[in-house]
Design a protein around this ligand. Structure first.
Ligand code: GLA
Length: 387
C-alpha cells in the first residue's frame, strides 16, 4: 500500500485519528466470458491491483467520501438515511449503494464515517474497479460497524448495487472473484448454483500478462445490456421446446439440435457463444488441472475468436492486441478479458520472452491504433479484506 495514504486521509478529513484500512482487488477472467448471466461457468482470479479504503467512524450520522483518484471532485457528503442514487455524486454512488443495500438487508449501521479511497486499477480498463469499490465498502462497513455479513451475501449485495442502483445488468462474476479470491488460485464458479472450487495457478516459467488497450469503456454506456437481452431472447425461443432455465444448461450438441428454434440470427450467434464458451471453460479447467497448459491456451484463443465473431464484443483494439499476441514466440494463449468493448486482454507468455512480446505487440498496436498499449504482469492475490 502506498505509505502516505494514512497521512492523506488525515489531511483530507483534518483529523489525527488513525483509520482502519481495507483492500479489495480487481479481477481478471481466465476464461468463461459472458457466461455468468447465462447460468454458465466462469474462471476468474483476483489480482494485486485494487482499491484501498481507509475509514474512521463519526459521531454523527453523516458519511463523507473522498477518492484520491478524483481529487477535483473533493469530499462528497451524504446522510446515513439518504443514500439514494444521485448523478452528481459520481463515483461515490458505489459506496452509497452498498450502504443503502446493506441496511435494507437488515444490518444496523449505527452512525456515519469518513472514508478515503485510493485505487490503482487502471481506470476503465475492465478489471472491475467498480466491483472492487463495492466490495471494499462491504468489508469496511462490516468491520467498522461490527456487522457479520456472510461473504456470499455481500457479493450478492454488490451485484444488486450494480444492477439496480447503477443500472448495469452484470452477472455475479466480478463481485464473486473479488469477494472470494485466494492468492495463486483461480475460481471455477458455476453461476447457476454458485458452487465453486479453487484451482491453483502455477505457471512454471510462464506469466499472465495483462494488456490494456487504453481505450476507455464504460459498461453502462456499452452494449452489455443489449447482449443480455439477445441471450434472453434466444433462451425464451428455446424454452418453447426445452425445459431449461438458462443457456448454461445446454451442451453444444443439444444447442446444435435446437438452434433452429431461435428466430433471430443475431440472437442465435450470441447463444452459440454462451453455450460453446461454457463448454470451453469446463474443458480449460480440466486441461489446467492435468498440466496441459498448451491445451488451456488453445481454448483461450478459441474463446477470443468466439467473442469476436459470435458475440461481437471485441473491437479493433482488442483484436489487434490478441491477434498480434497469437503470433509471438513463447505465447501459450491470449484473449480479451472482462466485458470487452475495449478494456484489457490477457496472454500467457514464457518468462524469457516477455520483453520481446511487449515490444512487438506494442509496436503493431501503436502502428494500427495510434497510441500505446500498457502491459502489467498479473499477480493473483487474496480477495477483499481488512489490512
Ligand atoms: C462484466 C460483468 C460480469 C461478466 C463480464 C463478462 O465484467 O460485470 O458480470 O458478465 O462482464 O464475462
Amino acid at each position: 500500500m502506498k505509505k502516505d495514504l494514512v497521512q492523506d486521509f488525515q489531511r483530507v478529513f483534518d483529523t489525527n485519528e488513525g483509520p482502519m484500512r481495507f483492500f479489495a482487488p480487481g479481477r481478471i477472467n481466465l476464461i468463461g466470458e459472458h457466461t455468468d448471466y447465462n447460468g454458465g461457468y466462469v474462471f476468474p482470479a483476483a489480482i494485486s491491483f485494487g482499491t484501498y479504503a481507509l475509514a474512521v467512524k463519526r459521531k454523527d450520522r453523516y458519511f463523507r467520501f473522498y477518492s484520491a483518484n478524483f481529487p477535483e471532485i473533493g469530499i462528497i457528503t451524504s446522510e446515513l438515511e439518504d443514500m439514494d442514487y444521485c448523478k452528481q455524486d459520481d463515483w461515490a454512488n458505489y459506496p452509497k449503494g452498498m450502504i443503502k443495500y446493506i441496511r435494507e438487508a437488515g444490518y444496523e449501521i449505527s452512525g456515519g464515517a469518513d472514508i478515503f479511497f485510493y485505487g490503482d486499477i487502471p481506470n476503465g480498463a475492465g478489471l472491475s474497479s467498480s466491483a472492487s469499490i463495492e466490495m471494499a465498502t462491504g468489508v469496511l462497513l462490516e468491520n467498522v460497524f461490527g456487522l457479520d455479513i456472510e461473504r456470499l451475501e455481500m457479493i450478492k449485495l454488490g451485484q444488486q448495487v450494480e444492477n439496480e442502483y447503477i443500472g448495469v445488468n452484470s452477472g455475479i462474476m466480478d463481485q464473486f472473484a473479488i469477494g472470494m479470491g485466494k492468492k495463486d488460485q483461480a475460481m471455477l464458479l458455476d453461476c447457476q448454483t454458485l458452487d465453486y472450487q479453487y484451482a491453483p495457478i502455477k505457471l512454471d516459467r510462464y506469466s499472465i500478462i495483462i494488456i490494456n488497450t487504453n481505450k476507455q469503456r464504460t459498461l453502462a454506456g456499452s452494449k452489455y445490456n443489449e447482449r443480455r437481452r439477445e441471450c434472453d431472447e434466444a433462451l425464451s425461443n428455446l424454452q418453447a421446446e426445452l425445459p431449461i432455465q438458462s443457456l448454461g444448461e445446454l451442451s453444444v450438441s443439444q444447442f446444435e439440435q435446437y438452434q433452429h428454434l431461435i428466430d433471430n440470427e443475431i440472437s442465435r450467434l450470441r447463444a452459440r457463444h454462451a453455450v460453446t464458451e461454457n463448454e470451453r471453460t469446463k474443458q480449460a479447467v480440466r486441461k489446467l488441472q492435468a498440466g496441459d497448459l498448451a491445451g488451456f491456451g488453445q481454448l483461450m484463443n478459441q474463446s477470443h475468436a468466439s467473442l469476436e465473431q459470435d458475440y461481437e464484443v471485441t473491437g479493433k483494439e482488442l483484436d489487434t492486441i490478441v491477434h498480434t499476441a497469437w503470433k509471438q514466440p513463447g505465447v501459450i494463449g491470449a484473449r480479451m478479458t472482462g466485458a470487452g468493448f475495449g478494456g484489457c486482454a490477457i496472454a500467457i507468455v514464457a518468462d524469457d520472452q516477455i520483453a520481446e512480446f511487449k515490444q512487438q505487440v506494442n509496436q503493431v498496436y501503436k502502428d494500427t491504433i495510434g497510441y500505446d498499449a500498457t502491459f502489467y504482469t498479473a499477480a493473483i492475490h487474496d480477495g477483499a479484506k481488512k489490512l
